[in-house]
Design a protein around this ligand. Structure first.
Ligand code: 8GT
Length: 160
């Protein structure tokens, strides 16, 4: 009898066919009376997670059957205690980390309700370019570059 074929877990870094995990990410942006975009929200990854302490945009993985907007609304309620209004799809970016391959669905959010609560003992910081908090997650860097392009910002997008 032949040996059963050994298969690698779908998300193993050694599996070239591993599928990306879809992640809904919220870019909360403040706008002035004229609609010009200003500060955006970064949060630090909680202790115990991969890349703990790195700064990112709040969000998380889609659960079975969820749309990006539904996942984002759930995650921001769970993590920050806020209820978001519309999520505006902005960009999609794939990142290949040793721990996971992710497809990040970045959505801009301009409206939310409720007081911010750091329900995972994370930190939050309203930032503009160049971002002052560090270190930023590798997946955060492209977002800062998109902001820089939109805003005509020249020079570094973050420190460190
Ligand atoms: N939330 C979030 N995740 C990001 C960003 N950029 C980025 O590469 N990621 C990656 O996307 C994945 C999201 O996973 P997560 O751990 O935050 O999501 P989750 O809360 O649903 O996960 P868990 O319940 O398994 O702990 C991580 O691998 C994280 O490194 C970002 O800006 N925000």
């Amino acid at each position: 009898m032949s040996e059963p074929m050994k298969t690698l877990p779908t998300n193993s870094p050694y599996n070239p066919d591993r599928r990306p995990v879809d992640v809904a990410v919220g870019v909360l942006v403040c706008r002035d009376a004229e609609g010009h975009e200003g500060e955006f929200l970064l949060t630090s990854r909680p202790a115990g997670k991969v890349y703990a302490g790195y700064w990112e945009y709040p969000g998380g993985k889609l659960e079975a059957g969820e749309t990006v907007e539904e996942a984002l609304r759930r995650e921001l309620q769970e993590e920050l205690g806020i209820t978001i209004g519309a999520a505006h799809p902005w960009k999609i970016e794939e990142m290949d980390y040793p721990h996971a391959r992710v497809r990040l669905h970045f959505c801009k959010v301009y409206d939310w309700q409720g007081e911010f609560q750091m329900r995972e003992q994370q930190q939050m910081a309203w930032q503009t370019l160049p971002v002052q908090v560090q270190p930023v997650l590798p997946g955060t860097v492209p977002v800062l570059q998109w902001f820089a392009a939109e805003r005509g910002h020249a020079g570094p997008t973050h420190i460190g």
